[in-house]
Design a protein around this ligand. Structure first.
Ligand SMILES: Cc1cc2nc3c(=O)[nH]c(=O)nc-3n(C[C@H](O)[C@H](O)[C@H](O)COP(=O)(O)OP(=O)(O)OC[C@H]3O[C@@H](n4cnc5c(N)ncnc54)[C@H](O)[C@@H]3O)c2cc1C
Ligand code: SF4
Length: 332
């Protein structure tokens, strides 16, 4: 591993100041992704800014009934938090479907959103990869791409984003809070990750030196039936082939007042299914309506040689999740 400087920050200001102006700096949270990439030589930071002692490790209820989870809250703590389990079950289920218990005890909210793709070419220095080495090409497009994107990909990159949490946050209209050299801002979780376009090296809209400080879950989706389902190659320790997060608000007459629907495993970012949501608004969530709405969304898919299976899998998984939510008890 290449030598690097190490700074332990005590405040958000100390952390962003230690990072400022150093393109080779990286924030270190749980280290479960960053340190692995450093061992492989994919990440070669010259400075690590340790953020684990920042006062960002609590989950608090907001005055409006929403919830704010600090960036260094551990994945296992967020999943087990009573308010998360009661009000945003999709978040809890998404976290519990990710990694192993040991990893969840170390991994953090912010680090989970900012983890890098698991595309094997990205992790292999001997292979071309424009995300790791801009302009070097894409080994996966004509190579092994069974796990790769079917929506929103580009000629430059077909990688998927691996975070389960990010998918649940996108469906639930959460926001991501950031602090950086130019102050604080908030970004909708559904717009936090980027499509690759011609800049696949940029996974997110995070500006250089910006620190994720928290995620906020809105009161508007609290307590509504929500769910997360993940299809994967084995029962544990596997990233999603396809995952679905959904929150459903039904009117008194049983029609859909609002559906929040996001897919994981299909794109370079959580894929918020706005066309399907729009198609179902005001309609009863019958199998026929749901199927038509999902087809309207998934018709945009452009599968590659070996991953066309993801399209019907996503359709069936989402239909099942929505049917389950439609039959769930309405919040009082
Ligand atoms: C075997 C294995 C299986 C896994 N399975 C899954 C899975 O199924 N689903 C899933 O979602 N994840 C899975 N993971 C990934 C795991 O959840 C991530 O490694 C973890 O969430 C990253 O969090 P961390 O705190 O350790 O981040 P770190 O490794 O410390 O950081 C990751 C990246 O985020 C940056 N960063 C961290 N915190 C901040 C912040 N607050 N602001 C700005 N930048 C920041 C770092 O600089 C780094 O670039 C798996 C990991 C392993 C090793
Ligand atoms: S899909 Fe993206 S991450 Fe994978 S090799 Fe191609 S450019 Fe790299």
């Amino acid at each position: 591993m290449k030598p690097f400087a190490y700074v332990r920050a005590r405040t958000v200001e100390e952390a962003t100041a230690a990072h400022a102006g150093r393109p080779g700096a990286r924030y270190l949270a749980g280290g479960t992704n960053l340190v692995d990439l450093m061992k492989l030589g994919v990440e070669t930071p010259d400075t690590l800014v340790d953020i684990t002692r920042l006062p960002l490790d609590t989950v608090e209820e907001l005055p409006d009934g929403g919830l704010r989870a600090g960036a260094t809250v551990r994945n296992s703590d967020l999943a087990a938090h009573p308010l998360v389990r009661a009000r945003y079950p999709a978040v809890s289920r998404a976290l519990l479907s990710g990694a192993s218990a040991q990893l969840r005890n170390t991994a953090t909210t912010g680090g989970n959103l900012l983890q890098r793709t698991r595309c094997p070419y990205f992790q292999d220095l001997t292979k071309p990869c424009g995300k790791r080495a801009p302009g070097s090409g894409c080994g996966a497009r004509d190579g092994v791409h069974r796990d790769h994107a079917v929506l929103g990909h580009s000629a430059r990159c077909i990688a998927t984003h691996p975070s389960d949490l990010a998918v649940a946050l996108a469906a639930l209209d959460a926001d991501v809070e950031l602090a950086g050299p130019d102050g604080e801002r908030s970004v909708p979780a559904a717009e936090f990750h980027r499509l690759p376009g011609d800049r696949p090296e940029r996974d997110t809209v995070v500006a250089p030196g910006e620190l994720v400080t928290a995620v906020t879950l809105p009161a508007a989706t609290a307590g509504l039936p929500s769910a997360y389902r993940k299809a994967r190659d084995r029962a544990s320790y596997a990233f999603a082939l396809v995952s679905v997060a959904a929150v459903l608000d039904l009117a008194a007459d049983g029609t859909v007042r609002r559906l929040g629907l996001a897919f994981g495993g299909l794109a370079h970012r959580p894929w918020r299914a706005r066309r399907a949501e729009e198609a179902l608004r005001g309609a009863p969530p019958t199998a026929a309506h749901v199927s038509r709405a999902l087809a309207a969304e998934l018709d945009a898919a452009e599968p590659l040689r070996d991953n066309a299976y993801k399209v019907p899998l996503a359709h069936r998984l989402a239909a099942d999740v929505i049917a389950g939510l439609a039959g769930a008890p309405r919040p009082s």
